[in-house]
Ligand binder design. Structure first.
Ligand code: XCC
Ligand code: SF4
Length: 673
């Protein structure tokens, strides 16, 4: 159960509006986005911002999760009371319908993440059999480390042999038919978490099997028990983090484990006189090749009269190439159409997930070539260049050449690029963080973080993640919450489109440390800077950007390793997660696995579960009795920050009390939470 210092704060959200200022079209605090939104209005062009207003108010049944479309007798809408309309035609209660609806989001989110992971694992396998000649093992150390951690013998084996074994193990995690626990998460979970997941029967053995099982479980006339359905959802969420972890690992092996890089963010990274290519989506197999192709074709661009080729990113594939290649960030999810409306984008190349179909209309108005690449992700009216990993660089070159040709037509025409951008220091993989902590304690880097928590120098750790959601104001709560947490000495790691909000605002810089960090956090970061000396090219930023949404696995590993170091299980750790603008089905899966891992999870929009008090109660209260994690739903950024601080403070206090008791009575550390 969460306990809040302010007793008016409960598991219910505050009275703040669910959708602030419904009629407001300018639903962003990003100055560059605001500038282009004005232009769009002048030109009478619709964007997601206009459509978000047009969709208000949302249908109450859908909003609360009590519209069932699981069979063709429906849709059934559930009303209050005990009349015949208080149940679906089949007799399903609101709690069954709400539980089924929400876990089906988890199934879809898990599918999206893990299909991405499967693609990476297959390409890693194909580096060993000639099936992906343009890809190679870039980080053999990481490969060895991954192999060892999942129990593969590394002695005497070549990189190719290891890659084959690691990729095969990863693929086995999708289709295993026995009941053996799934491999990847088992390599890093605490013993306490493993025991808990086995005892509650939510340890998955395969990804694909868990998803199909959940879809079967939620078919009409199968499971009516909401708690059982929720457990099925949590099992699937653990399959999700498994798919994400193997995706991160395979990506690091193929393209390198991120190290600190310096780059820039926001629409000002576009340049009138260069060929502008935006990579958008999630799959680094494509975006990495586009980066390489652009380097190879620089001279062709110059022959066409451009100063060069500028690649920039949107959404998480943007994060992937930002973390590894220092590719600048153009913008984040909500403002993706606005990037095109600058008139300066020659080609936007997309792969999978978070790609708005609305991009097509925008691209037609501004002569941008919108290029889809993946067999499961096409947009009518756009160009489709099938991406072929047997011929990856050539595939990517064809796309870059299309951009060069488009530039020739655009050359000399007026564009409207907002002159707004900020410096960014990113690239904080877990390995990079440990290297930095290792400047203080080379034998046990993670202990540096444990010590800072124990001494109270930092008051907790928050992982700020997730999307944009135009129910709110783009980036507003991301920024409010982050600034409040760092001012209260919370060490913040971040990822996804949340990190892009901070990047655009200039919070991922060392300058922001002086401006926003509380004294304790400042001391902690400066101590790391001092210990690193000239080994760091750039002083550490206020918050550590860990990467894309699959890379939240880095934070999950950090939490488990830190718990092990501190001799506790994750639910005792002063570690919280916040997704102020969660939007996608993937975000639902992510929230659920963090809950199962045992941490408080703030979500800044209400998920469709309010139609069942039972399901709402499980999510916000009962779950914490079983797993230690719980949801806090809160749309008001200031209240959300206070709730997050309370949840961390409570954990830190309890841990301190239990430690004192341990010393005084010479007992084992109490593991209660
Ligand atoms: Fe999509 Fe990953 Fe969400 Fe951003 S954060 S809106 S899922 S791009 Ni992952
Ligand atoms: Fe209605 Fe039941 Fe069919 Fe859902 S499963 S649509 S509640 S009849």
């Amino acid at each position: 159960m969460p306990r809040f210092r302010d007793v008016s704060h409960t598991s219910k959200p505050s009275d703040a509006p669910r959708v602030p200022d419904r009629k407001l079209r300018e639903r962003t605090v990003d100055p560059a986005a605001l500038e282009v939104l004005k232009k769009a209005k002048d030109l009478n062009l619709n964007t997601a911002f206009d459509r978000a207003v047009a969709q208000q108010p949302h249908c109450k049944f859908g909003y609360e999760g009590i519209c069932c479309r699981v069979c063709a007798m429906g849709p059934c809408r559930i009303k209050d009371g005990d009349g015949p309309d208080s149940k679906g035609i089949c007799g399903a209660n609101a709690y069954t319908i709400v539980a089924r609806n929400i876990v089906r989001l988890v199934a879809s989110g898990t599918s999206a993440h893990s299909e991405h992971g499967k693609h990476l694992a297959k390409v890693l396998l194909h580096t060993t059999d000639g099936g992906a000649p343009d890809y190679k093992i870039t980080d053999p150390d990481k490969l060895k480390h991954v192999a060892k951690s999942i129990g593969i013998e590394v002695e005497g084996k070549s990189d190719e042999e290891l890659a084959k074994e690691v990729a095969t193990e990863a693929l086995n995690d999708f289709g295993r038919q026995d009941d053996k626990p799934i491999t990847w998460i088992n390599s890093f979970l605490t013993e306490g978490r493993k025991k808990k997941f086995i005892a509650t029967d939510i340890m998955p053995s395969s990804i694909d099997g868990t998803v199909t099982s959940l879809l079967g479980q939620t078919h009409i006339g199968v499971d009516a028990d909401p708690v059982n359905i929720i457990f099925g959802g949590l099992k699937t969420a653990l399959a999700d983090i498994n798919g994400c972890s193997l995706a991160t690992d395979c990506t690091d092996v193929l393209f390198g484990t991120p190290k600190p890089v310096v780059t820039e963010a926001n629409l000002g990274v576009l340049e009138k006189d260069q060929v502008n290519v935006i990579v958008h989506g999630h799959n680094p197999l494509l975006s990495q090749m586009v980066v390489q192709a652009a380097r190879d074709l620089e001279s062709e661009a110059k022959q066409a009269g451009a100063t060069g080729i500028g690649i920039s990113g949107i959404c998480c594939t943007g994060n992937e190439v930002l973390m590894r290649e220092g590719v600048p960030l153009a913008t984040s999810f909500a403002s993706q159409e606005l990037a095109i409306m600058t008139g300066a984008v020659d080609t936007m190349v997309v792969d999978v997930q978070c790609i708005m179909p609305g991009l097509r209309a925008a691209s037609e108005c501004f002569d941008t070539k919108l290029v889809t690449t993946m067999p499961t992700s096409k947009i009518p009216g756009s160009y489709h260049y099938a991406f072929d990993e047997k011929n990856a660089v050539e595939s990517a070159k064809a796309i870059v050449r299309l951009a060069i040709d488009t530039f020739k037509e655009r050359k000399g025409k007026e564009v409207d690029i907002p002159q707004i951008k900020n410096k960014v220091t990113a690239g904080f993989s877990l390995e990079a963080m440990k290297e930095i902590f290792g400047y203080i304690n080379p034998d046990n880097p993670i202990k540096v973080l444990a010590d800072a928590l124990e001494s109270g120098e930092i008051k907790g750790i928050a992982y700020l993640i997730g999307c944009n959601n135009l129910k709110g104001i783009q980036d507003d709560n991301h920024l409010k919450i982050a600034k409040e947490l760092v001012a209260n000495d919370i060490f913040v790691i971040c990822g996804g489109c949340a990190a892009q909000a901070y990047a655009k605002e200039g919070l991922l810089t060392s300058e922001a440390v002086d401006q926003y960090a509380g004294e304790g956090l400042k001391a902690f970061i400066n101590k790391l800077n001092d210990a690193a000396g000239d080994k760091l090219k750039e002083k550490l930023p206020l918050m550590f950007h860990t990467g894309s949404c699959v890379d939240y696995s880095r934070g999950a590993r950090l939490a488990n390793e830190l718990a092990n170091e501190m001799n506790i299980d994750v639910p005792k750790l002063p570690f919280a997660v916040s997704a102020p603008e969660a939007m996608s089905e993937k975000a639902v899966a992510i929230g659920c696995y963090w809950l199962a891992l045992g941490v408080p999870v703030h979500v800044g929009v209400l998920p469709p579960i309010e139609g069942s008090k039972l399901v709402y109660g499980v999510a916000t209260q009962i779950a914490s009795d079983v797993f230690g994690g719980y949801f806090m739903f809160e749309t008001d950024g200031a209240v959300a920050a206070t709730k997050l601080l309370s949840s961390l403070e409570y954990r830190a206090w309890k841990l301190r009390v239990h430690k004192e008791a341990k010393e005084k009575y010479e007992t084992d550390l109490c593991q209660g939470y």
